[in-house]
Design a protein around this ligand. Structure first.
Ligand code: 6PG
Length: 263
């Protein structure tokens, strides 16, 4: 070990509180997979279940593949795992754009998880506001509620969008915090479409939030999120679990702007 706590098996180095840098995207996926396994074992031991909200987009794909691999699959008690999503696009589950579809192809179709433990956001429905309300009922029946009245996921996985969005929570951020909704159906101007998404208070009620950030294209936005941006905060800056832990797992490319500042 070189004093940073890194080992060949776990090469992640903490460069800021809660910001760990791995050599490359594969190492980010591996560190995330180890953490998912550890958290599943912790919460299944404590609560006989592990409730996780998956991230969409491309970054988590390699993590899902690893969790489905022979090396990791057998370390998770899948019958006690409940899978949810942080957000979903307004497309059918078999659409290439579907976050559910990607997770199903890369992970869920390869592990012995009971179908009733997979809680898909039915974002292909015509009335997404109604769909959001239905999903809130699913959360209510599976998750404990914290002292502020929001459901507590054991783990929420998040990516980081190029303009600092998380799940389908996009700037402007002024309305994101003051909501009592658990699931929202915002119209996203940038995408010219409506999405289904967990709300910020639900993200902040989680026991653990794990960001996966890879690639040089994320370097500047990650730096802004970690160091704070002038003016209105970015959505990702508002993710601060009230009674939980927030960890960023980044590869060197995504952390390059931060590493330059630390040099
Ligand atoms: C989505 C995601 C979104 C994603 C970021 C990063 O539905 O697109 O939930 O929030 O995590 O846009 O996406 P990449 O991982 O593809 O960079």
């Amino acid at each position: 070990m070189d004093g940073t706590g890194a080992t060949p098996e776990r090469p992640a180095v903490e460069i800021r509180p809660g910001v760990l840098v791995c050599p490359d995207a594969q190492a980010v996926a591996r560190e995330a997979a180890v953490r998912c396994v550890e958290l599943s074992q912790e919460f299944i031991t404590k609560e006989d279940c592990f409730s996780v909200a998956l991230a969409g987009g491309n970054t988590p794909r390699e993590l899902y593949r690893l969790l489905a691999s022979d090396e990791f699959r057998s370390q998770v008690e899948w019958s006690r795992v409940h899978i949810f999503w942080g957000d979903e696009r307004p497309v059918p589950p078999d659409d290439p754009q579907s976050n559910y579809g990607m997770a199903y192809r890369e992970l869920l179709s390869h592990v012995p998880i009971p179908p009733e433990n997979i809680h898909r956001m039915e974002a292909e429905q015509p009335d997404l506001v109604c769909t959001a309300k239905s999903y809130e009922k699913i959360l209510h029946s599976h998750l404990s509620i914290d002292s502020t009245g929001f459901p507590r996921f054991h783990l929420i996985l998040l990516g980081l969008g190029p303009e600092g969005h998380i799940a389908s929570l996009f700037p402007p951020t002024k309305d994101l915090l003051n909501t009592r909704e658990w699931v929202a159906a915002p119209f996203v101007k940038k995408l010219r479409s409506r999405r289904i998404t967990l709300t910020l208070p639900v993200l902040n009620a989680a026991y653990h939030v794990l960001f996966l950030v890879t690639g040089s294209q994320k370097a500047e936005i990650l730096r802004r999120v970690i160091e704070g941006s002038s003016g209105e905060p970015l959505p990702a800056e508002l993710v601060k679990p009230v009674n939980g832990e927030r960890v960023f797992l980044a590869d060197r490319a995504a952390a390059s702007a931060l590493l330059q500042r630390s040099a």
